[in-house]
Design a protein around this ligand. Sequence first.
Ligand SMILES: CC(C)(COP(=O)(O)OP(=O)(O)OC[C@H]1O[C@@H](n2cnc3c(N)ncnc32)[C@H](O)[C@@H]1OP(=O)(O)O)[C@@H](O)C(=O)NCCC(=O)NCCS
Length: 216
Amino acid sequence: MVSVRALVDADLDAAVALHLEVLHMEFLSRFGPRFMRIYYHAWIVSPGAIALAAVDENSTLLGVLLGAHDPAQHVRAMARDHGVAIGATLVGRALTHPRLAKDLIVTRGWRYTRGVARLVKSRLSKRPAPGPAMSGPVIGEITHVLVDPSSQGRGVGRALVEESVRQARSAGVQELQLVTPPDMAAQHFYERLGWISSGAMQSRSGESFLRYRFTL
Ligand SMILES: CC(C)(COP(=O)(O)OP(=O)(O)OC[C@H]1O[C@@H](n2cnc3c(N)ncnc32)[C@H](O)[C@@H]1OP(=O)(O)O)[C@@H](O)C(=O)NCCC(=O)NCCS
């Protein structure tokens, strides 16, 4: 039996191990377990975020979902409260992994540098970094969904996505969005759950993704 609850710090070891196993091909995973622990903890405690754990009757972690019912608030809180720890771990890992350092600089260097500059500026002026202007429908997002390979195909992913939809709806979100790599089978999963494809896109780091949206 699967139940879904909030992800908590006690799940960190299992959640990070699962992420590194299931999404080992992701760029983030290349930064290793220490970075992923900080990243997951930041997600758990940041306002605006959705962080869910799917567990079985023995409390074994079967799957994880990360998302946000207020992505702008969530990104601001991550940068403000965890930006230094995240940045320091990124740099530390990059210094000992030259290939990763090169890919980091080529694909994300300029964007991350601007992010750090904004963070420093907002700290110096003691004002929060500006978020994007609010207009149009309230849009939330799902960022990661991952299920233990031995538990896939048993409704765990569906339970996680349905709970994220429930939380987003009760937070006033009108539409959820996500992107998934074109070469992963997840697109069929989202289509099965009623998500609508809204075309292909390229991330600011140059990777190709398929976009999906779900009206609440
Ligand atoms: C994609 C993933 C999250 C799906 O979770 P899951 O627990 O295996 O999926 P569920 O068992 O809840 O499936 C829900 C529905 O989607 C369908 N589905 C799931 N994966 C599918 C696939 N690859 N192709 C077609 N349909 C699929 C199921 O048949 C099911 O339909 P039904 O309820 O009508 O029978 C999981 O397989 C996974 O972790 N994959 C690797 C990581 C990944 O791709 N994450 C998403 C990108 S970040």
